[in-house]
Design a protein around this ligand. Structure first.
Ligand code: NAP
Length: 280
């Protein structure tokens, strides 16, 4: 039966997407390295085990593609999957990409270009997820334990988006493979926000005083490494903060409204919904 394969089906975006598609009556297969035994439409999928790719794609005509996480070189694993998806007759493939281009990671750019070039290929270039302020992200952990945001991004702004709005945008493109789509969307929240502004909103909405500690890019990279991120990825992520500080990531779009018919959630709304998360 045609339907959707959601890779990363247990993640923040994938889980919300599976829920939305199933609620809309779309047959949806949730992929994971450890599929839920209680879910009859869950399947094992591991980027590092190509033998799992064919069965996951079998009979599916649409795919949500969450590339290998925390990698600066996803293409070698994703390229054969894209070829396989084309051969399997996939009509729509939505890649969860990033608005921020990681430095020293050309293969992520090439992967997005290959998806755009594929018939029915769509790239969602998502801005920073508001969910980074929730555990287990290191940013969230520091806010909860120390009431502090450490950043090398200064007063630079980012168009923070709720991952549920990313999922809703993907659902709009995957529920009906015939719906008109561009090959690329910048997915953001309603407005740009700096870390000092985020700290002020967290303080006002939770009653917990949250302050900003300005650190260097090198210190930030060390902190990301210490949180368990692969070294190359930690360094690239810290380098991104320089671009934010310089104002290069201060962009917002109307894509969520265009795709879903409603405005994206604001950060203040997100904080109120998760206020318990930041109590020590
Ligand atoms: N955080 C941000 O600010 C941000 C901004 C823009 C774009 N993004 C992009 O969003 C993506 C992360 O999305 P998310 O936050 O929704 O995910 P997430 O919550 O971090 O979850 C990761 C997902 O990847 C799956 N996974 C991990 N290793 C895997 C492997 N070897 N093979 C197959 N699946 C694997 C996990 O499934 P199992 O563990 O169940 O296998 C899980 O479903 C990244 O690609 C990132 O570039 C993030």
């Amino acid at each position: 039966m045609p339907g959707v394969l959601v890779t990363g089906g247990t993640g923040r975006t994938g889980k919300a997407l599976v829920r939305e598609l199933r609620a809309a009556g779309v047959p949806t297969r949730a992929a994971s390295r450890n599929p839920d035994a209680a879910d009859p439409d869950a399947i094992r999928f591991d980027w590092h085990d190509p033998a799992t790719h064919g069965p996951a794609l079998d009979g599916r005509d649409r795919v949500f593609l969450l590339p290998p996480v925390e990698s600066v070189d996803p293409l070698p694993l994703v390229e054969p999957f894209l070829r396989r998806a084309r051969r399997a007759g996939v009509r729509r493939l939505v890649l969860l990409g990033s608005a921020i281009v990681l430095p020293h990671a050309p293969s992520a750019v090439e992967m997005a270009a290959q998806v755009r070039a594929q018939p029915g290929g769509v790239v969602l270039r998502a801005s920073g997820f508001m969910q980074n302020f929730l555990r287990p992200h290191p940013l969230a952990d520091r806010v909860r334990r120390h009431g502090e945001i450490r950043t090398a991004a200064g007063d630079g702004r980012l168009g923070w988006v709720d991952a549920r709005d990313v999922a809703a945008s993907a659902a709009a493109l995957l529920a009906d493979p015939g719906v008109h789509a561009r090959s690329d969307y910048l997915i953001t929240g309603p407005q740009g926000m700096s870390y000092p502004e985020a700290a002020r909103i967290l303080t006002a909405r939770t009653g917990r005083r949250v302050r900003v500690e300005r650190v260097t890019e090198r210190e930030q990279a060390a902190a990301y490494r210490a949180s368990g991120m692969p070294a190359e990825f930690a360094d690239a992520l810290a380098a991104v903060e320089r671009g934010i500080a310089e104002g290069r990531e201060d962009r917002v779009s109307t894509a969520v409204r265009e795709l879903t018919g409603r405005p994206p959630r604001a950060f203040a709304e997100f904080v109120s919904a998760h206020a318990h998360e930041w109590t020590p």
